[in-house]
Design a protein around this ligand. Structure first.
Ligand code: HQG
Length: 185
């Protein structure tokens, strides 16, 4: 293991490979987004920046990260959410808490009110388990973000499915606007 590794930077590049452009690393994701760790390392070793990265570094990268973005199991690795690859990654359907949250920018609100939440450039809409997380997500786009509340019971009763991302992130194909309400701060 190298002690010179910039783990946030490594995490960004692993996310890029596993969420957005696996073909640039000669990787092929399986239907759940997994690739072999050996293949990923082999690809990363082609670049001078990552030529010393080992499995243990990937484990430290996951452990040190403020968000659980990746997961390693039986010598395979995958991104847990965020995908934009053309082939839709199959996520496990599950029953979420009664309320989920989505933090977003004021400038998107009128569009969202009209069209609901769409995945935009990604495969799924990303929802947060708690308001604090939604706020952090929203702050990426607006310093005082809007928080939308999703009543998942009503949405599920009317046919919306929810999928597991990580312990704080839930996914959905889309959320019609009738299930969205703005959180009054
Ligand atoms: C908005 C980060 C107009 C939506 C975060 C969002 C998250 C609409 C933006 C994860 C719309 C898409 C994903 C509509 C949705 N009209 N705008 N109809 N529907 N939008 O980045 O949820 O750090 O693709 O509100 O923490 O912000 O990368 O999605 O603002 O978990 O691990 O379109 O990415 O995780 O933006 O973030 P994004 P997101 P990482």
């Amino acid at each position: 293991m190298s002690n010179k590794i910039n783990y946030p930077q490594l995490s960004k590049e692993v996310s890029y490979a596993l969420r957005h452009a696996p073909w640039k690393y000669e990787l092929e994701l399986d239907k759940n987004g997994w690739v072999s760790v050996d293949q990923l390392l082999q690809a990363f070793h082609q670049s001078t920046e990552w030529q010393n990265v080992e499995l243990d570094d990937l484990k430290v990268m996951i452990e040190k990260s403020e968000k659980k973005r990746h997961e390693i199991k039986e010598n395979s690795i995958r991104a847990l959410y965020g995908h934009s690859v053309p082939m839709k990654i199959v996520k496990e359907e599950a029953i979420p808490p009664k309320f989920l949250y989505h933090g977003t920018a004021h400038s998107f609100l009128s569009d969202i009110e009209k069209n609901g939440l769409s995945p935009m450039c990604r495969q799924y809409v990303h929802l947060s388990e708690d308001i604090e997380t939604a706020n952090l997500v929203g702050k990426r786009k607006d310093e005082n973000p809007i928080i939308l509340v999703i009543n998942t019971e009503t949405a599920r009763a009317k046919g919306t499915s929810f999928y597991l991302g990580n312990e704080k992130v839930w996914l959905a194909d889309s959320i019609p606007s009738e299930f969205l309400e703005e959180l009054k701060k």
